[in-house]
Design a protein around this ligand. Structure first.
Ligand code: ZN
Length: 110
């Protein structure tokens, strides 16, 4: 089975746009929590702080995924897409199907 790089590229572009939009949404929740005791009780303030931390973790994960996608685009330009960045072996098509941005074969993944 050969990989349809153009199809994968479109998939990754769509995923990247999705992630970018999601970062923008999460950035709102990650905004500093206003410590207004009169408006918010102690519990809801803790909720807000917890929500903020979760939103920041979400943004961080999205940023990592975007970086992986950008790296995959670069490998496409250099005709290295579909090959493991560690050992140079072909990455199993099933593995690429699951995550087209993946950079390592099963053996090098750990
Ligand atoms: Zn490998």
């Amino acid at each position: 089975m050969t990989i349809d790089i153009e199809k994968v590229r479109k998939q990754l572009e769509a995923r990247k746009a999705e992630l970018t939009a999601s970062i923008e949404n999460a950035a709102e929740s990650a905004a500093p929590v206003e410590l207004d005791q009169q408006v918010q009780g102690r519990l809801s303030r803790m909720d807000a702080i917890q929500g903020q931390a979760m939103a920041q973790a979400t943004i961080e994960r999205r940023r990592i995924e975007i970086a992986q996608i950008n790296a995959a685009f670069k490998r496409m330009e250099q005709n290295g897409f579909g090959y493991c960045v560690e050992c140079g072996d072909e990455i199993a098509p099933k593995r690429l199907e699951l995550n087209p941005a993946i950079a390592r074969c099963v053996e090098c993944a750990d």
